[in-house]
Design a protein around this ligand. Structure first.
Ligand SMILES: [Zn+2]
Ligand SMILES: [Zn+2]
Length: 398
């Protein structure tokens, strides 16, 4: 059966790669992925999937479904298609929808009524910016799938990530009082001073947080001109950790620093918290299935699981159901840094095209394992509950 699935993916290659190149050539940033969304959904519709546009209140999100028989698992196949502002597809998101579509159509063409299931393809916008999956979750999406599978391009071989980082964003604004910088400057209260003191406080905090915590910041308004006391200054602060409770402790201390900086400068401030991203829950049984099928498909550069990776809005889904993403080697012998123009320039390379087809084969075969062997699904569910319970237990002890 898996051979048939692989053949069916190969037969679709021209259409899948044409779609990948089209999305690559028309990069759209988060929540404005209209061309990509239309290109993907029109093809799914043409192939017999029922499509719902604008799910989760996001105009460029979609849900597509195909069902065979009664009952059976509900397999979620998720894809992103947003690009990076000023860079293009430097994260390889243009490869995801073609890979997901290749898997979904191969399954649809090969499955028979003895193996009932529902395939649900979710288009999830704005992974890089707004955390589209978190917004969709808040609106009730994803309650209709038993497992969530994804594909992502990779510059570190074909493999899976065991742990991704929880992330919290704070948008901070200080309000001071404007004055001439040389004539009666004592009447002014510098919002920029407050911001700089806050940054200094964060630098001091670095020494007193666990090694794995990451804190970054950028000034979004530094106050201008230099010969005036700036009345307004703003920044974005991001903190990350592999544990949400650990991160909450760090965020609480950052909030104290922000307050302290306001006190020192007699300014006022607001700190608006963005949507939180959660750390992922590693489901070993699902990782094993993906890697076994990667080997079966002959995917390049098979790599051991990455123990630590960055942050993704997929992490929030991983608390709801078993989820995993196969990262497929996509840069051959020409590695380029992630999120770079160099990576974007390789978007239509042979290796990128190969990654689409390997991704489709791995996902189709993994979905087939889950559909055709109920006991495998049971093991995946058990692993998920165990890992989730373990994470909760470990976090409760901190
Ligand atoms: Zn990215
Ligand atoms: Zn990405």
């Amino acid at each position: 059966m898996k051979r048939r699935l692989f053949e069916r993916v190969e037969e679709q290659a021209p259409q899948l790669l044409e779609l990948a190149d089209y999305i690559c050539d028309h990069p759209e940033v988060g929540l404005s992925e209209y061309k990509a969304c239309m290109a993907i959904t029109s093809r799914l519709q043409k192939n017999g999937f029922s499509v719902e546009l604008g799910v989760g209140g996001l105009p460029t999100a979609f849900r597509a479904q195909w069902k065979i028989g009664e009952g059976g698992p509900r397999i979620g196949l998720l894809c992103e298609y947003d690009a990076l502002e000023g860079i293009g597809h430097g994260c390889g998101h243009h490869l995801q929808a073609p890979a997901i579509m290749g898997a979904a159509i191969a399954l649809k063409d090969c499955l028979e009524v003895q193996t009932p299931c529902t395939l649900v393809v979710y288009g999830t916008p704005a992974e890089e910016t707004a955390g589209g999956k978190v917004m969709m979750l808040e609106e009730g999406c994803f309650q209709d799938i038993d497992v969530a599978l994804m594909m992502h391009a990779s510059s570190t071989g074909t493999g899976v990530d065991r742990h991704t980082m929880a992330l919290t964003t704070l948008s901070v604004e200080y309000q001071g009082k404007s004055a001439h910088a040389a004539i009666r400057p004592e009447e002014g209260r510098s919002a920029l001073d407050a911001l700089l003191l806050a940054f200094h406080g964060i630098e001091c905090l670095r020494e007193h947080v666990p090694d794995e915590v990451r804190i970054h910041y950028a000034i979004t308004d530094g106050g201008m001109p230099a010969n005036a006391v700036p009345a307004h200054a703003a920044a974005q602060i991001i903190a990350r950790s592999y544990s949400r409770p650990q991160l909450e402790q760090v965020v609480a201390r950052i909030e104290k620093i922000l307050e302290g900086a306001a006190l020192m400068t007699e300014t006022s401030y607001t700190a608006k918290r963005g949507r939180d991203l959660h750390n992922s829950i590693p489901v070993s049984a699902l990782h094993t299935l993906l890697m076994d099928n990667a080997a079966l498909a002959g995917a390049p550069k098979l790599a051991p699981p990455r123990e630590k990776a960055g942050s993704t809005d997929f992490g929030n889904l991983c608390y709801l159901m078993p989820g995993a993403c196969i990262r497929v080697s996509s840069d051959g012998d020409h590695p380029a840094p992630g999120h770079s123009r160099e990576a974007a320039a390789q978007g239509k390379s042979q290796e990128s095209h190969d990654a689409v087809l390997y991704g489709a084969k791995i996902l189709a075969a993994t979905a087939y394992d889950l559909i055709s062997r109920p006991e495998t699904m049971t093991v995946v569910q058990r692993d998920f509950l165990y890992a989730k319970g373990g994470a909760a237990l470990a976090e409760g002890n901190q």
